[in-house]
Design a protein around this ligand. Structure first.
Ligand SMILES: [Fe+2]
Length: 262
């Protein structure tokens, strides 16, 4: 089975169950060494990956503030569910788009896509238990925008998607868990523990490949990262940073110092 063709099918699938099944199939084929990696003829730009009609996507700024009511908590859970759904597509796009990488690169990102599909299912099942489901509220499209913006170079993708966007999840998760702890949705604390552990590894995977490509191109990682942040984010990175979690995700001493200077 051709890895890129199957990944493209999963990525473009707009039926949630199909996308999850295809992602599981990819992971199974990947660990059993049943995937081949001949490049496809054309690599398409993907302004819109496969996603269900709902949630309706709106600009981040037009999402209402969430309050401390039960519905406010549900909306927070829905927002996390949306991040996990996007994360499946983010990882699949890394596999599909960059077709001349070492085999390990694909094995890594297929595994990430598979784990993101598990995270999505965990959260969506919890939403269903509460009488809601993915798609019930509006959501924003910031994560995919950065994916499209970095589709020109695998180095930029590794620098900004796992190391900035996904690493941000490590910073904010403990605070979100604290809020859930004293609510009637305290089961979310355990769910987020599982997700947090996996996300450390995903960010670590991003760090491994970012440094791999820097070394391959003989460029200095920290100044390269700084340039890419300025180019794509413009302003400074948002802190405060979860230094302990970022250490576990293999951010280097210099990188952590760079973050702490911000
Ligand atoms: Fe995730």
């Amino acid at each position: 089975m051709n890895a890129f063709k199957l990944t493209h099918r999963a990525l473009m699938s707009n039926v949630i169950d199909d996308k999850i099944k295809l992602t599981q199939q990819l992971q199974l084929l990947s660990i059993n060494q049943k995937l081949s990696y001949e490049a496809t003829q054309k690599i398409q730009k993907i302004p819109n990956p496969g996603r269900p009609k709902k949630p309706e996507l709106v600009r981040f700024q037009s999402l209402p503030q969430r309050d401390k009511s039960d519905l406010g908590f549900i909306k927070t859970i829905h927002a996390i569910c949306h991040i996990e759904f996007n994360a499946i597509n983010l990882a699949l796009d890394a596999v599909y788009r960059f077709q001349d990488m070492p085999k390990q690169f694909y094995q890594d990102w297929i595994k990430v896509a598979f784990e993101e599909s598990q995270h999505f299912t965990l959260i969506n099942n919890y939403l269903i238990e509460q009488g809601y489901q993915y798609g019930d509220f509006k959501a924003h499209n910031g994560l995919w925008k950065m994916t499209v913006d970095t589709d020109y170079d695998v180095l930029a993708r590794m620098a900004l998607v796992p190391r900035v966007l996904e690493a941000r999840g490590l910073d904010v998760t403990p605070k979100i868990q604290k809020r859930f702890m004293s609510s009637k949705f305290s089961a979310m604390v355990d769910i987020l523990d599982i997700i947090f552990f996996d996300e450390i590894n995903h960010v670590k995977t991003g760090n491994t490949w970012f440094h791999y490509f820097c070394k391959q191109r003989n460029i200095e990682p920290l100044s390269t990262f700084d340039k890419l942040v300025k180019k794509h984010i413009g302003s400074k990175l948002r802190g405060p940073f979860n230094i302990e979690a970022r250490k576990l995700a293999n951010f280097s001493k210099q990188e952590l110092e760079y973050l702490e200077r911000i």
